[in-house]
Design a protein around this ligand. Structure first.
Ligand code: ZN
Length: 312
């Protein structure tokens, strides 16, 4: 009877014994009893096994929760990455469409057989260089002028056409004409050389352009829209404005490109943007604009650019 009573006490204490929270006296009592009682030993073993099982179960549950959390995290990160890539792709594609449209429209505009292009270049205060280029059915004329407060000075007029290897320069003030002949004349016809949009019609060039330039939209005179393209590599120091309708450039700005100094010093007097403006007109050029005038009354000089390759 006494033993049974002791067994009950010990078994009540066994949970706390396993958890290690018994005071030293009770612990001693339990341990002493355990050495001589097989029943309580097996009870202890059972408690230990149960505890182990419970721990294993808890660990499994914890692992499961952990895995769910990791999975959720991966899913969130993946979604974010995919979203970012998608946004970048949409932005890229959107810009690519704009570039593609610009180049295609420019190509179409430049196919015109009647084309006038005016380039203004503001270099120094009070001096603007104007190049007026006329093109009609294969014939070209370029007029180079300087505008100042005291008036317009025509420096040179140049005629050529696609059928000939001849180029005629006329100086009106000196009544002088220079006729240049040969291969060199042929390659110098550049009225249809339009910055940026020319020679960019291949797919690889269009993709490259999309990577290199940022595109903004703005409006100018009469609410006409234009794109502003800025070169990312040049820290947007250079920009070009392109007319949406024609795909042709209307303005080029090279920021802080012109620096002037006080005479004889390194001290900066002024920093200015270099600005080029372009104007185009279609179907306005007349035959009179491009026909070479009567050269009687001019001093005519001929230059031959056909080089002879020396034999030997
Ligand atoms: Zn016992």
């Amino acid at each position: 009877m006494k033993d049974k009573k002791e067994c009950e006490i010990v078994q009540d204490l066994l949970f706390n014994y396993v958890d290690g929270i018994l005071n030293p006296e009770s612990k001693k009592l339990v341990e002493e009893h355990l050495t001589k009682c097989v029943d309580c030993q097996s009870r202890l073993k059972q408690i230990n096994d149960d505890t182990k099982d419970k721990n294993v179960k808890e660990q499994i549950e914890l692992d499961y929760l952990k895995r769910i959390r990791v999975k959720t995290k991966i899913k969130t990160i993946t979604t974010a990455i995919v979203t970012i890539i998608l946004i970048c792709f949409i932005m890229f594609f959107n810009n690519f469409i704009k570039i593609n449209t610009i180049i295609n429209r420019a190509e179409k505009s430049l196919q015109s057989n009647n084309f006038y292009k005016e380039t203004s270049q503001m270099l120094i205060d009070g001096e603007t260089f104007i190049t007026k280029e006329y093109y009609k059915d294969g014939k070209y004329k370029s007029v180079y002028q300087v505008y100042t407060d005291s008036g317009v000075e025509t420096q040179m007029i140049e005629y050529t056409n696609t059928d000939t290897d001849e180029r005629i320069y006329i100086n009106e003030t000196e009544k002088k004409a220079v006729i240049e002949k040969g291969e060199l004349s042929k390659i110098k016809n550049n009225i249809k050389y339009v910055p940026f949009v020319i020679n960019r019609n291949s797919l690889s060039k269009k993709i490259g352009t999309t990577f290199t330039y940022t595109i903004d939209v703005d409006t100018y005179d009469y609410g006409k829209e234009y794109y502003i393209l800025r070169n990312k590599k040049e820290n947007a120091r250079w920009e070009i404005w392109i007319d949406k309708e024609t795909g042709l450039p209307i303005k080029e700005i090279n920021r802080n490109a012109i620096k002037t100094f006080y005479t004889g010093t390194n001290v900066v007097r002024e920093v200015k943007d270099m600005v080029l403006e372009y104007n185009y007109e279609f179907n306005k050029v007349t035959d009179e604009d491009v026909d070479v005038p009567d050269l009687s009354g001019y001093t005519v000089e001929t230059t031959d650019w056909n080089f002879e390759i020396p034999s030997k």
